[in-house]
Ligand binder design. Structure first.
Ligand code: SF4
Length: 509
């Protein structure tokens, strides 16, 4: 159970208003961005542009960004989520969240052109929030503007800040302002930290369920549940404990996170969250205790910020480094592997693979470059690895062609392309980032799945040989005759199309 008393439903639930329906989201990013700016969202868009810089191209090919923030809200106890957006977007988002086991209601305030332009949509959202705000059920309600309501300037910031003690958090998460779903997690985590920081500044707040008896290191970024436990053991000789993981699973954990001694930006793209921690006077440490080199450097960095004496640093390193070396030696990985993904932990995984013995020539991440991944980038580049931030699908595929890996770790389309080339491939999100990666527990955890995949090469070759000659693309399938290309037909239709185009232009002038 999720801790909420609300019944689970498996679809988006209309709360108010009329049928959704607008063609606005087909208009294109540029048009929506301009519309949003004119509708009073310039400040929000400028902050997003600074927090989540794009480039070298517009943005990586990734799922709807709002999935990131939706998932963060759905994973929190006593938190209700409400989406405001086109029905097709909401359908896709709720489908995906239930596919990933949300088991929670997703509230939905539909709209049509009239309610959107007359401001009735905002009134509907406000009414929905008042209906939902039951302090017996919820600590917080998160309302998210998707593309069209953001472009139309639906002013969620005008919602009441709290109703009967239930906090109301309104966020804009448009696809034309937030490049990846990873960064959308930061939009919500940052908004919640900001709210919680303001509460803590204004008076006493709820104590966490359990309080560490030592200063803590708050952990930024979703990770495998065993990792915070392992990190806590590594920190113990330094006189520190692992603090909450942000995004948190409960509102009161936000206060505990803000109360930390130092923040570990395990995932390096949480720019808005970092801003809140820094405003609260906390310092940030980049990278993560991954592999022997990573763990040694990370413990030194944490110790430097917290002022731990040399003897404690040496004790901490002695306690874990030999265990990590032993685990790495026991589970070696041999083979050439390219890595790409959109979770933000791609550089860490590449480090671990290299320390396990793999040859990793390329790592691409959909996330942007930030100072908190600089230690990982420096280390990887020193090993000769090509590191690409905001990597596009084309760049990831080009790396596969250039480096000829034995195994490809990547996003769905990269994995699919690799398998078509008879190269074993593993999906980053489901198979790699859903394992322990940190410290001694992480050191050997990748080897089993990676080595099993590498050993599959012979099956791919057998399959390729079996299907050899059945054709590909438009010639795929079983035919009585071998399909013949008909360039003369294509040329004739191209001529007809060109003539029609000319006629239309002539009519237009
Ligand atoms: S909210 Fe925006 S990015 Fe997400 S599915 Fe809808 S149109 Fe696409």
């Amino acid at each position: 159970m999720d801790g909420s008393a609300s019944p689970s439903r498996d679809t988006a639930t209309p709360l108010l208003g009329s049928e959704a329906g607008t063609a606005g989201c087909h208009a294109g990013a540029e048009v929506l961005r301009d519309a949003a700016a004119q509708a009073g969202k310039s400040e929000t868009l400028e902050r997003y542009a600074a927090d989540y810089p794009k480039g070298p191209h517009d943005q990586p090919q990734s799922m709807c960004p709002a999935f990131g923030s939706l998932r963060v809200g759905l994973r929190m106890r006593r938190t209700a989520t409400v989406l405001s957006g086109s029905a097709c977007c909401v359908y896709g988002l709720t489908f995906t969240s239930h596919f990933y086991g949300a088991r929670r209601t997703v509230g939905y305030v539909p709209f049509n052109s009239e309610t959107l332009v007359t401001g009735k949509l905002f009134e509907d959202i406000r009414e929905a929030v008042h209906q939902l705000a039951d302090p017996a059920l919820y600590d917080a309600i998160v309302v998210t503007n998707l593309c069209v309501p953001t472009a139309s300037g639906v002013p969620l910031q005008l919602l009441p800040k709290e109703i009967k003690g239930v906090r109301i958090i309104g966020i804009d998460v448009p696809g034309f302002g937030i490049p990846t779903h990873a960064e959308a997690k930061d939009v919500l985590a940052g908004a919640m930290l900001r709210y919680a920081r303001t509460e803590a500044e204004n008076g006493p707040v709820a104590a966490p369920r359990s309080r560490a008896d030592k200063p803590t290191v708050a952990l930024l970024g979703e990770m495998f549940p065993a990792d915070p436990v392992g990190i806590g053991m590594m920190l113990e000789p330094l006189g520190l404990a692992a603090g909450p993981v942000v995004p948190t699973r409960e509102w009161r954990e936000l206060y505990a996170a803000l109360d930390c001694a130092v923040v570990a930006a395990i995932h390096p793209f949480y720019t808005a969250s970092v801003r809140e921690f820094e405003t609260a006077g906390r310092r940030i440490v980049g990278s993560a205790p991954i592999g022997r080199h990573g763990a040694a450097a990370w413990l030194e960095a944490v110790a430097e910020v917290t002022g731990a004496p040399r003897r404690k640093i040496d004790a901490a390193k002695n306690a874990v480094l030999s265990g990590i070396s032993a685990a790495l030696a026991k589970a070696p990985i041999q083979g050439r592997i390219t890595v790409s993904g959109y979770e933000g932990s791609e550089l860490l995984v590449a480090r671990l693979l290299i320390e396990s013995g793999a040859d990793v020539p390329y790592v691409g991440t959909a996330c942007p470059r930030t100072v908190w991944s600089d230690p990982d980038r420096d280390w990887l580049e020193a090993q000769g690895v090509e590191v690409r931030y905001r990597a596009s699908l084309e760049q990831d595929l080009a790396a596969v062609d250039t480096y000829g890996p034995d195994l490809v770790i990547g996003t769905t389309p990269v994995v699919q392309a690799a398998k078509q080339r008879a190269i074993p491939a593993l999906y980053f999100t489901n198979l790699i980032s859903a394992r322990p990666l940190m410290g001694p527990a992480g050191a050997g955890s990748l080897a089993q799945v990676i080595n099993a995949a590498l050993a599959n090469k012979v099956r791919f070759d057998r399959m390729s040989a079996f299907f050899e000659g059945v054709g590909s693309g438009e010639t795929a399938g079983v035919w009585e005759d071998v399909p013949r290309a008909r360039p003369e037909f294509k040329a004739r239709y191209a001529k007809i199309r060109a003539a029609l185009h000319k006629q239309e232009e002539a009519v237009g002038t």
